[in-house]
Structures are given as C-alpha cells and as structure tokens.
Design a protein around this ligand. Structure first.
Ligand code: SF4
Length: 524
C-alpha cells in the first residue's frame, strides 16, 4: 500500500508518477538518441490542460526528437525533503540530465515555479551561472505574446509568438551545434530572441503557417484540470480590438478560422469530452452546428471563451452547451460600466449580458458566471455603482441560476493600447473588492482574484529583466508576498523600457464586425 504523502521517498514519488502516466492515453515516446525535456513551470494538472504545451511536445516527437514531459512537482517541498529531482513522465529521467530544457511559459507569476523547478533539478536559475555542462534553456509559450523581457536573465534563448514553424530547428540545433553557433541559429529564426546579445530589442513574433492549424490534444489525461478532455482549435487569434487584450486583432493578423467539417473530422472516437479552443471561438460562424454535431455524437462539450454578444445573438450556443451537460454558462463583461467597456472597445453591452442571464435561467444552468476586471484606467465610484446595480439586475434575470462574478484586478500588458497604465493600487483594489462583496451579498457570489498577485503580474508585465531579477531575490528570501513586494519596489522605474509602446489612442472607435453570417447559424 502506498505510504501517506508526507512520508513519501524518491521511489514512492517515481511510482506515483508512473501510475499517473499509466492512466493517460497518448502517444508512445519515439525511440531516438535525441532526448530533450519539455518542461512546464506549473504542476501536471495545469500543464496537461495546455493545448500549446501538448502541441509543441508532439511536433518535436514527430520530428524524431524524444521530447519527455517534466512538470513542477505537485508538492515541491516533498521532492526537496526526499532529494528527488523533477522526473520526466516517460522514463523517469531527472530534469537536470537533459541537454536541452524547452519551457512552455504562460503567466508572469509562473516565474516562481520556474525557479523551483530548475533549483530542484540542480540547474542554476541564472543564465550567467550556467556553463557548458548545464542544460540549455529555451523558453516559449503564451507569455511571449505579451511580456517576455522579465525572463531575459534566465533563458539562453526564447521563441516569441507561435513557435510551430521554428521550434524543431531551435531544439534540434541545440543538440547539434556549439552554444555560439546555436544562438546564431535561433537569432536568425522568426521570433528568435537571444537576450544576452539583443538586450531589450525584440524581434517580431513568429506566426505559424496554416499547415499547423488546428492544434489538437495528443493526450487524454484523467488527472489534468480539464480531465480527459480532447482540446481542439476551432480558430486562432481574434479580429476584435479590446484595448487590454494581447490577443487583439493587431497580434499576428487577427482571426484564422478552421473549417467546421475539418474540426469535426479531427475528433477521435475515444474522446468523450471535447473542448473547442480559440481566443474568439464564439465568433466561429459554425459554432452552433459544431456543438450540435458533437452533442449528437454523445459527447460532452465545452468552449474556451464565450462573448456575451455572441451568446445573446446566437441562442444555439447556450442551448447546445446545456444539452451537452454543462452546468455553468460563462462569459465576460470586463469593464464595470457601459462607459468603460466602450472606452476599452469591448463591444459588450448590458443588454447582451441580460440576454445571457435570461438564457442561463431558462435553459436550466446552475450558475451564470461573468468575468470582469476592476481597477481599469479611469474607473470611478460611479462605474462601481453601475456595476452593483447591473449585477443585481443580471442576478434577478438569471434565476433560478445563481450569478457568480469572477473579478480580476486590471494589470496592463505590453503590446496593447493600455500598455504603461499604472496598477490601481493594492489597497484601492482590495477596498473595491470588499465594497462589491458587501453590496452584492445575497444577490451574487463575488469570486475575487488576489489584488496582491495581480500587482506582481503588473510589475512583471511592465518591468524588464530587472523585475525578473527582483523576483529571484524574493524567491531566495522565501518567496512570500512580502519578500516579493520588497524586492519589486526596489526596482528602478527607469529600467522599464517602453520597447513596443503602442501609439493608438485609448478609445478605439473601430469595432469591426466579425465574419459571422447570423442567418447561417440556426437556432435550436
Ligand atoms: S474578444 Fe476576447 S480575445 Fe478578442 S480582443 Fe477582445 S478580449 Fe481579446
């Protein structure tokens, strides 16, 4: 019988990992002398729910490279106590033994996870402390679309943007070439960035060629957060212009649609749960038909993001989601008031949200969930008053479904019109959250994200290499929020280089209509 978690030693940890992997269905590791680690700086459940991580791992394998998956352990302290490094899922190889570690990085605050992962592996976190005997570290992933510069002190090289066309070359040449020649190779690739040479001069982002679309899962993993779900891209990118969003239309040319029949043809028979993925998936003109077909084949379906205007105008979306067994209908308002949503080119109105709430109630959903942000530039008490009043109205319209308000503090991102906007302040945000909670008690459940860690996210997104180094100082001092705050406050503001400051005005009046033919989208 397995011993309780707190007493587990190296053998137990390796056995638990093998058991987790045995429960998956997925491809075998190719027999290859070329072995690399595909690392994720968060635990297995998170990493295996990342379509990008799975896709890049598979691209390497298809090219004959044995890419083995390594995740931040669920309990890093347990690994430290037992002297067990992070192990690969496929062969149990310690992370530090791989010649190359490719890291998929999604969120700013995963930086502490990266430190822990490398430290447990015995790999110096700082690039300048590594030598030719240490693995080379190549970083890519969604973070590179927004704010990659805080990662500069830790990466040998990075791939910015969509890496599908370039990752195989970058990894294969890391195994073959000496370090300087390899850095030359990466620097010449689209999206290739070598921080030690380029400083804060960033290349344009890479854009994947059409042959790589759509990305889809290679594994069905019961222990993933999206348990045993087959993830499939219905489209990539977005043609809209929300001023806070790094996926807005200026990123890599906007929305690229995948034909509906092709989407359906790629769902394997064994997938009983399907997640349709895409920044603007609810703008896919065939979405109701896709949902209907998947439900008719007896599958559970979920959709990565739903715009309120689309749910409002295409009732088939909520209907088929409910038919597939969904209990929660989720959308986003993002701004507290109509005025703020207009200023951020969000294009969602109270009327759209009201129509969604009514559908949640009438279709039998348990919960109607609305994501929004507070602390956006220019937000006033009057905006919050409007938020409270409109939320009460939505809660009444959604009954018997309950209303949940997911509230995230605004953190400005690079590559957006709101780049450079200050954080509202931890105290300000906490007070606004308390006020919301008080005012909405009995009407809606307020589910806030941490104001403190949103501030950290903001500082990293806006800061450069110095902010990354400050996080390392904080991690070495224990990694608590107070250590992080102390270190980040010492960063000289002058080091925040406006490397791609966006010149567009805050208010972007152009909200192009998406390529949706409403008549072609039948309602149930
Ligand atoms: S619709 Fe969504 S993905 Fe598109 S720009 Fe707005 S927030 Fe970003």
């Amino acid at each position: 019988m397995a011993r309780p978690s707190k007493h587990r030693g190296a053998r137990d940890l390796a056995a638990a990992l093998r058991e987790r992997v045995r429960a998956e269905t997925g491809p075998a590791l190719p027999a290859s002398p070329h072995r690399v680690a595909m690392a994720y700086p968060s635990p297995y459940a998170v990493g295996m729910s990342s379509l990008g991580y799975q896709r890049i791992t598979m691209l390497l394998r298809e090219a004959g490279i044995a890419a083995e998956r390594v995740f931040l352990p669920d309990d890093p302290d347990e690994h430290e106590r037992s002297g067990t490094p992070p192990l690969s899922c496929e062969t149990g190889t310690p992370l530090g033994r791989f010649p190359v570690i490719a890291v998929s990085f999604a969120y700013e605050t995963e930086l502490l996870g990266l430190f822990r992962l490398l430290d447990l592996a015995g790999v110096p976190v700082l690039r300048e402390e590594r030598n030719e005997h240490h693995p080379r570290i190549l970083i890519g992933g969604p973070i590179t679309m927004a704010s990659p510069t805080f990662l500069a002190p830790f990466a040998d090289a990075m791939l910015l943007g969509e890496a599908e066309d370039v990752v195989v070359t970058a990894v294969a040449e890391a195994l073959r070439q000496d370090r300087e020649a390899w850095l030359d190779t990466v620097a010449a690739l689209p999206g290739g960035w070598v921080p030690e040479r380029d400083g804060a001069r960033l290349p344009a982002m890479a854009k994947a060629s059409e042959r790589h679309l759509p990305a889809r899962s290679a594994w069905l993993a019961p222990e993933a957060e999206l348990s045993s779900m087959f993830l499939l891209e219905g489209e990539r990118g977005c043609h809209r212009a929300c001023a806070f969003c790094v996926l807005r239309r200026t990123t890599n040319g906007g929305m690229r649609l995948v034909d509906g029949d092709r989407v359906l043809s790629l769902v394997p028979d064994e997938a009983r749960k399907v997640g349709l993925v895409g920044a603007a998936i609810s703008d896919h003109p065939e979405l109701p038909r896709l949902l209907e077909a998947l439900v008719a084949s007896g599958r559970q379906v979920s959709v990565s993001s739903l715009r309120a205007d689309r749910i409002a105008k295409r009732p088939g979306i909520a209907h088929w989601l409910r038919q597939s067994g969904a209990r929660t209908l989720t959308t986003a308002s993002d701004g507290a008031s109509e005025r703020l949503r207009r200023a951020m080119s969000k294009g969602t109105t109270h009327e759209h949200l009201l129509a969604c709430a009514q559908q949640a109630g009438s279709l039998g959903f348990d919960i109607f969930k609305v994501y929004m942000m507070i602390g956006v530039p220019g937000e006033t008490e009057a905006d919050l008053d409007e938020l409270v009043a409109s939320t009460r109205e939505l809660a009444a319209a959604a009954r018997p479904a309950r209303l949940a308000l997911g509230v995230a503090p605004f953190a400005a991102k690079r590559q957006t019109p709101l780049d450079g906007q200050p954080f509202a302040g931890i105290k300000v945000v906490e007070e606004r959250l308390k006020r919301l909670d008080r005012s909405l008690r009995g009407a809606a459940e307020v589910r806030p994200a941490s104001a403190r860690w949103a501030w950290v996210e903001h500082e990293l997104a806006q800061g450069g290499a110095e902010a990354g180094l400050a996080m390392l100082t904080a991690w070495r001092a224990g990694g608590t929020f107070s250590a992080v705050k102390r270190a980040l406050l010492e960063v000289d503001p002058a080091t925040r280089r406006p490397w791609t400051r966006y010149e567009a005005p805050l208010v972007d009046p152009i909200v192009r209509r998406p390529p949706v033919d409403e008549a072609a989208c039948p309602s149930p």
